[in-house]
Design a binder for this molecule. Structure first.
Ligand code: PGA
Length: 260
């Protein structure tokens, strides 16, 4: 059985005050629950190393919100995969719609990042999802498959082994409106079947996450679907007491369901 995975994506939020106040709380209240799921925190780069010191001897891991495709040199403002390894990162989010939108990242660049992360032994979390317009035009499947194909054009199917795909409808992120659960299930199944048509074993080893306005109140519907192996939580991870309640609720639900 795959362990459920929860990623807390802090985005451009947090500071030393926030971290000092909240990390010990998360450690104290959540770490002992983590036999049922893996928890990873994605703070802004600057704080990764600092937070890592708090998380030693816990099962909570660290996620980076991005990486550059260059490994060293004159690339002002960038962070390399080696630096992420150096500070103890486990997962790297790429292809997030906010990077695509505000930093003009395209499928090609994201594919390069994906391959770089895999080749360096970290785990990519690649975000796929459609805009509202693409949804209206029934383009969702095409948009998601295009990104997968782009990776495959630059590598081969083995590159997808043991990776994480996060389906994140762009219109659902930060909007308070999560996608319809049947639609989420349909899209994830579609992606999985597509990968299975290329290699069934690799498709089985992929984790599928959902992200987009997940919160304490709507958590149940995602957990009840076995095709969803985890959640990417943005806004709802920023109020620590609420986030702790969310993880505790997830634990209760998962323990009560036979998700194997
Ligand atoms: P949200 O963000 O939970 O605030 O919608 C999710 C994400 O961007 O991963």
């Amino acid at each position: 059985m795959k362990k459920f995975l929860i990623i807390a994506n802090w985005k451009l939020n947090g500071n030393f005050y926030f971290i000092n106040k909240n990390i010990n709380l998360i450690k104290k209240k959540i770490d002992n629950l983590l036999s049922f799921c893996d928890l990873s925190i994605a703070p802004p780069y600057l704080y990764i190393s600092y937070i890592n010191n708090f998380l030693k001897n816990t099962s909570i891991s660290l996620t980076a919100q991005n990486v550059d495709i260059h490994t060293e040199g004159s690339f002002t403002g960038e962070i390399s995969i080696n630096m992420l390894k150096d500070v103890g990162v486990k997962y790297v989010i790429i292809g997030h719609s906010e990077r695509r939108l505000y930093h003009n990242e395209d499928n090609n660049l994201i594919s390069k990042k994906f391959i770089l992360i895999k080749n360096n032994g970290l785990i990519p979390i690649i975000c796929l999802g459609e805009t509202e317009k693409q949804k209206e035009q029934n383009q969702t499947e095409k948009v998601c498959i295009q990104q997968i194909n782009n990776i495959l054009e630059n590598s081969n199917i083995n590159i997808l082994n043991k990776t994480i795909i996060a389906y994140e409808p762009i219109w659902a992120i930060g909007s308070g409106k999560s996608a319809n659960i049947n639609e989420i299930e349909k899209i994830i199944l579609y992606i999985k079947k597509y990968i299975a048509s290329l290699d069934a074993k690799i498709a089985e080893n992929i984790y599928f996450l959902y992200g987009g306005s997940v919160n304490y109140s709507n958590l149940d519907i995602f957990l009840k679907k076995k095709i969803i192996n985890g959640l990417l939580v943005g806004k709802a991870s920023l109020t620590t007491e609420n986030f702790i309640s969310l993880v505790k609720k997830a634990e209760k639900i998962i323990n009560s369901l036979n998700r194997s």
